[in-house]
Write a protein that binds this ligand. Structure first.
Ligand code: SF4
Length: 237
């Protein structure tokens, strides 16, 4: 069995066991767990896996992904809709998450869902205590928390980014589903800090239609770069 597949099987088994345990907690114990989730000491963990970052500035880099459940942004083309309901993902102690992560990579990507629905300070502090590099992929729809080495801001029209993340982001990644998204991209680029790298990325389900539009746009507006979901072309997670 391949290394990656083994990790996914182990993680899936763990999540299945934990999900069943959580279901049997009494109401008071569930309240205690929720209090820890609200403090960011536990997080609703959807999945975790070691793979290659496929998108944006760090594409091609091996990284450990932590996918946190919960998102209310509601993109109609979202390819991880099963992440939306946080209640379906087991509250998991961040120490367990970090111990797993540290075994596989020194680059950790926290994604979702929308990870900033939760307080990221405890998780990033624990990752940093292990000298791990912390990356986040976020819509920015919630207040920025945590300590990050790399912030990928992927804003969505439904729920625009909050406050200082425009000053802190290292890359701006706008998903292009239709032509109006180029206008949205320029609006967002006006708000972002000057050092931020600008990416346009085709939405996967319409990639054949919009990729040529993006190529043409980037050639005419070279402050932008093309980002592709190379992990999907490679058929890896
Ligand atoms: S912000 Fe991300 S996870 Fe949330 S609906 Fe949009 S694409 Fe899906």
């Amino acid at each position: 069995m391949k290394f990656n597949a083994l990790l996914l099987v182990n993680t899936t088994l763990f999540l299945l066991i934990f999900r069943n345990c959580y279901a049997y907690l009494c109401p008071m114990e569930k309240q205690e767990v929720l209090a820890l989730v609200n403090k960011g000491i536990m997080l609703p963990l959807m999945e975790e896996f070691y793979t290659i970052q496929g998108e944006g500035f760090h594409k091609g880099t091996a990284a450990y992904f932590i996918r946190v459940g919960g998102c209310d942004v509601g993109c109609h083309w979202c390819d991880v809709k099963e992440s939306w309901n946080a209640d379906t993902h087991p509250p998991t102690n961040i120490d367990i998450i970090v111990q797993n992560a540290a075994k596989y990579s020194d680059t950790i990507v926290v994604t979702g869902g929308e990870p900033l629905m939760w307080d990221m300070k405890p998780l990033t502090a624990a990752l940093k205590a292990h000298q791990l590099k912390t990356h986040i992929e976020t819509s920015g729809a919630y207040t920025l928390s945590g300590t990050w080495d790399w912030i990928c801001l992927s804003p969505k029209k439904n729920k625009l980014p909050e406050g200082r993340i425009y000053d802190e982001a290292h890359e701006l990644k706008v998903i292009v589903y239709n032509k109006h998204d180029f206008i949205f991209a320029e609006e967002q680029a006006k708000k972002i800090n000057k050092e931020c790298i600008l990416y346009l990325q085709p939405e996967w389900s319409v990639r054949d239609k919009v990729t040529p539009l993006i190529v043409d746009y980037v050639m005419k507006n070279p402050k932008w770069k093309v980002s592709l979901q190379t992990h999907k072309y490679l058929n890896i997670p």
